[in-house]
Every structure is written in C-alpha cells, then in structure tokens.
Design a protein around this ligand. Sequence first.
Ligand SMILES: CC(C)(COP(=O)(O)OP(=O)(O)OC[C@H]1O[C@@H](n2cnc3c(N)ncnc32)[C@H](O)[C@@H]1OP(=O)(O)O)[C@@H](O)C(=O)NCCC(=O)NCCS
Length: 167
Amino acid sequence: MQTTFKIRRFEPPDLEQVMHTNRTCLPENYSSFFFTDLYKRFPATFIVGEENGKVVGYAMCRIERGIPSFKILGLTKKGHLISIAVLPEYQRRGIGYALMREVMQGMLLYEATECFLEVRVSNTAAINLYEKLGFRIVRTKRSYYANGEDAYLMSRKLPFTSMEPLS
Ligand SMILES: CC(C)(COP(=O)(O)OP(=O)(O)OC[C@H]1O[C@@H](n2cnc3c(N)ncnc32)[C@H](O)[C@@H]1OP(=O)(O)O)[C@@H](O)C(=O)NCCC(=O)NCCS
C-alpha cells in the first residue's frame, strides 16, 4: 500500500487533535497540562502521524530512571511509552509502527537503554504491534487498570535497528 502519512514531532497547535485522538481511542485520558508537560520535557519522544494536514495518531513518552529489565548492572535511563493511538479509520496502515520507530529513535537522544510500556492483556492489536517491534512480555501487573484489568509490562532494548529478536 502507498504510504501517504507523515511522521513528525508534536507541536503545540496539534494539542486539540491529539487529545481528540486520545479520547476517541482510549479510556485513559489526560489533561492538556499533562500532554504539554510531556512535550516540554521530552519533545523528541512526542511524535504525531499526519495525513493531509490532519493529526491522526500520536505517541508520547517519559524518560525515567530505573532498574533495567535486561542484564546491565546499576540504574539506567528507560523510555516509558505513556500513550499511543491512531484514529480507527487510519489504523492498519503502518502509522502505529512508524510512530513507535520514531519514539524509539527519540529515546536515544535521552540516552535511554530500553523502551517499556504497559498494555491491557486483552489488547491483541497493540500486543501484536509491540511484538512486531521486538518487545517481549516481562511480567504481568495485576489490576493495573481502573476497571481491574491486568497489564503486561513489555520491554525491549535500545537502540532499535530492525526487527531483530531480543537477546
Ligand atoms: C495499537 C494501535 C496504535 C496500532 O496502530 P496501527 O496504525 O493500526 O498499527 P499498524 O498499522 O502500524 O500495525 C502494525 C502491526 O500491529 C499489529 N496490529 C495492528 N492492528 C491490529 C489488529 N487490529 N489486529 C491484530 N494485529 C494488529 C499487526 O502486527 C500489524 O502488522 P501487520 O499490519 O503487518 O499485520 C491502534 O490499533 C490503536 O490506536 N488502538 C487503540 C489505542 C490503543 O490500544 N493503544 C495502545 C495502548 S497500550
């Protein structure tokens, strides 16, 4: 299929369309302050997908310090995917994959050695996307979501170069 979308960093005028996409696609919604704060602190990992000048998807992250999921001693910087969504009518065209590639490139600018996220155990579409990108399930977080559903904690090492499996 021909690729017509564009992937770029979030800019403040995108806020309304990003919040609309978030509310349309996910039950976890945030204030405008929350979005703007992540953009100001980590602009290289707040990415949008645009089609004909319209924002149709986004991914945003936070860089955190923590214990690595892989065999590195000591604390490390980790990129935490906070939220990703693509409007339903634009899904299944590679936008989610392209957003994730771009945020993982951005995480390298903050010297993150790993990217991790939480995902509903029932969210097959998202789990497939992350597995295609080399993420693996690290563990289950019981009753992580407001409705009591469990989350998988998924992670992969950075840098992201291809679809190589985790070592
Ligand atoms: C998850 C989401 C962001 C994927 O976006 P997308 O642009 O449709 O994803 P892509 O087109 O890049 O798909 C990449 C891969 O993801 C997987 N995938 C995507 N949608 C899928 C679906 N409906 N069913 C099964 N696998 C799916 C496939 O492996 C796909 O590769 P393929 O097309 O070669 O089979 C999108 O479905 C979405 O916004 N969902 C609602 C919000 C959400 O659940 N966010 C994640 C919260 S953790």
